[in-house]
Design a protein around this ligand. Structure first.
Ligand code: HEM
Ligand code: HEM
Length: 203
């Protein structure tokens, strides 16, 4: 992946000097906001499960799984897209520590965008009732589980179910912290520094 820091500087006054873009492209924006809505919606669904009547739990968890797998697909598209496109460089006025933390937060968000759905999918594949409850995304698209996990010895599978469940939960905790920094950073630039980065991600 290219990073803003790798953007080559053309000599000033060069006839071929191209100003770097100051905003994300339309594709990057659409993918960013679809994934953000999917992830935040999925956290809301998962955390509301304990408050819901019993007969809502299964459909809500099934919807959570469907959204999660869809997010995984969108994230793979986003990574492919990102590998071939430079993000706009951050404003030069930002101190080095702010640029470094923004890049670190973005990298961690990419890890979580993959890690959350993948750990959920593995957790679900190790579920003892998986064979009798096929995964069908949005009641429309039959979706596989990891057969290498489904076919394990039941006791070991139960252990893995707990382990993947704990990993899924802990990825969730890390996500809350990194998102607080990510959203807090965007709002700080917007409201305190008055140097909008939000505009770069909005049409
Ligand atoms: C956008 C991706 C996803 C996010 C952000 C997400 C987030 C969460 C969160 C925050 C919880 C609550 C954890 C807790 O408090 O213990 C949860 C639970 C759960 N997730 Fe996900 N998840 C995602 C994708 C998936 C996928 C793809 C699957 C399965 C195919 C899945 C299956 C589950 C299950 C079964 C639970 C209930 C765990 C339990 O209590 O046994 N998740 N998820
Ligand atoms: C789960 C939710 C979210 C995830 C996973 C996420 C992830 C990311 C990632 C990875 C980037 C870097 C893009 C790249 O260079 O490839 C980014 C950029 C950005 N995000 Fe989010 N984001 C989320 C939610 C939000 C929200 C709610 C806001 C609004 C406050 C926001 C505002 C921005 C802005 C303004 C940028 C551009 C930053 C810059 O100019 O470098 N994001 N986001």
């Amino acid at each position: 992946m290219t990073t803003p820091a790798e953007i080559p500087a053309s000599p000033p006054g060069s006839p071929h000097r191209a100003e770097p873009a100051s905003r994300y492209s339309r594709t990057a924006m659409i993918l960013h906001w679809l994934i953000a809505v999917g992830i935040i919606g999925n956290v809301a669904l998962a955390l509301s499960v304990d408050l819901l009547p019993d007969d809502w739990i299964r459909p809500v968890i099934d919807t959570h799984k469907s959204i999660g797998i869809t997010v995984l697909g969108l994230v793979l598209l986003r990574i492919l897209w990102r590998a071939g496109h430079r993000p706009p460089p951050l404003p030069k006025a930002f101190p080095a520590w702010e640029r470094a933390s923004a890049h670190a937060a973005h990298l961690l968000l990419y890890v979580l965008m993959i890690g959350l759905p993948l750990s959920g999918w593995l957790h679900d594949s190790a579920w003892k009732d998986a064979a009798t409850h096929p995964l069908v995304l949005f009641h429309l698209v039959p979706w596989p589980r990891f057969s290498s996990v489904m076919n394990l010895d039941p006791a070991f599978k139960e252990h893995l179910h707990d382990v993947f469940g704990a990993v899924h939960t802990w990825f969730g905790y890390v996500l809350y912290a990194v998102l607080a920094l990510h959203i807090g950073g965007a709002l700080k630039h917007e409201l305190i520094d008055r140097e909008s980065v939000l505009r770069r991600m909005l049409p």
